[in-house]
Design a protein around this ligand. Structure first.
Ligand code: ADP
Length: 401
């Protein structure tokens, strides 16, 4: 490539630089040729070469989902600059670049750039100015793309919520019919009773109840997502609510030889909140504690007085277990709907069996209930540990009034 050719290519990139400055840069740059499908830059790598495409085409992409898929950020051709950060700092590549046709490039490495800087600081200042403008333009493009993606994701989330809502309503009607017939059949039992029929009916009853619970959880999450969760602010007898919730899970805990205990601090303030929702949130926390604690473990439900960050008096509920614990990276994510640490492999197991898995909605509902009351929920855990079972503490804090 002739010097003049290099200069006219550089002029496409650095429009505001004078010809003699472009000539100095051109002299320090070299021409290279690459076949199609050649990886020019690798995301995350520390490389200090700047490429200007003279001929041919490239694709700029990022790897997603453990490098199993590629997301194309843009396609580039003559006059495109790749790896500008390399001139200014030793930063890792933010994307990968591959040639999509045979390519000719003009290349400059950081050392050569530093030579320009020593010889002629004005060129370097101009070059940095132009490079920063181009990077700002790149940022604008990436931000616009992120905003678009965000919009699509929000719409998809709304679609998901609508789908859950429709499915839950569609399931509830036939479920009510089944439950009605089941009650009728059970009321006729004394006349047709025998042990086998009893057992079958009990099985249908348990299954129907479980389905009801799942459908109700689906409806709860759609109400939370659409801001339609109704909160009835009533005086809540905290101690009774704790006792009732614990009592309802006594037999599930006993089956797994898990000890349930209650600590109620007598100076806990009275709550003005929705007793049904508070009970529901505690129920989900306790069910989880049972599910993620091995047989023979210990769970403590506690309520004590506290104060929220804004100075409001509150009741701090906690559920402490001697279970498998949770690594810090999951502490916030588990409160998102459908987020599960170990995937859906265990979905068919019982509701309170060890590591049984569930719908992935429980903690999202707890968070929704906390927020609807102006409170908060969070977890503390030293990490996942299935040798010492150091466990977790889940908190739910609700303003007193
Ligand atoms: P799930 O139906 O899967 O239990 P949740 O929303 O209730 O859904 O919980 C989300 C995830 O948080 C669970 O899949 C589990 O990995 C983790 N988790 C919840 N409670 C505990 C706990 N007490 N100990 C350890 N992990 C927990």
């Amino acid at each position: 490539m002739e010097l003049q050719e290099k200069i006219s290519l550089l002029r496409l990139v650095y429009k505001d630089l004078a010809d003699e400055k472009l000539a100095e840069i051109a002299e320090l740059s070299r021409v290279c040729h690459y076949p199609a499908n050649h990886l020019l830059c690798r995301e995350g790598a520390h490389e200090d070469i700047l490429y200007i495409i003279a001929d041919g085409h490239v694709s700029v992409f990022q790897e997603i989902l453990d490098a199993s898929q590629e997301h194309t950020l843009r396609l580039g051709g003559r006059g495109d600059v790749i790896g500008e950060m390399a001139l200014i700092q030793d930063a890792p590549r933010s994307a990968s670049v591959r040639t999509t046709s045979p390519c000719t490039t003009l290349e400059m490495n950081r050392k050569d750039f530093e030579i320009i800087l020593t010889k002629n600081p004005q060129i370097a200042i101009d070059l940095i100015g132009v490079t920063l403008d181009r990077m700002r333009e790149n940022d604008r493009r990436v931000i616009a793309e992120l905003q678009k993606t965000n919009q699509i994701l929000r719409q998809m989330d709304r679609n998901k919520t609508e789908f859950i809502q429709i499915t839950a309503h569609e399931l509830r009607t036939p479920l009510t019919v089944i439950k009605g017939y089941l009650d009728l059949l059970q009321s006729m039992l004394p006349t047709i009773a025998n042990e086998e029929v009893d057992c079958i009916l009990e099985g249908i009853n348990t299954g129907t109840k479980r389905l009801y619970e799942t459908v109700n959880m689906m409806l709860d999450i759609t109400r939370i997502d659409s801001g339609n969760l109704k909160v009835a602010f009533l005086p809540v007898p905290v101690k009774q609510v704790l006792q009732k919730t614990l009592y309802s899970l006594n037999s599930a805990a006993a089956e797994r030889n898990i000890k349930l205990s209650l600590i109620y601090h007598p100076n806990t303030p009275n709550l003005k909140a929705d007793p049904v929702l508070i009970e529901k949130a505690l129920h989900h926390l306790l069910i989880n504690a049972i599910k993620y604690t091995p047989d023979g473990g210990k769970i403590t439900l506690e309520a004590k007085p506290s104060t929220l960050a804004n100075g409001t008096a509150s009741v701090r509920f906690s559920v402490k277990d001697s279970g498998i614990g949770l690594d810090a990276e999951h502490h916030n994510l588990i409160f998102e709907k459908f987020y599960q640490v170990s995937g859906v492999a265990n979905h068919s197991s019982g509701k309170t069996s060890f590591k049984g898995g569930g719908s992935g909605l429980g903690l999202a509902i707890v968070r929704g209930i906390a927020k609807a009351h102006g409170g908060k929920t969070w977890v503390e855990s030293a990490g996942h540990n299935e040798e010492n079972f150091s466990g977790s503490i889940f908190y739910l804090e609700i303003p007193a009034s």
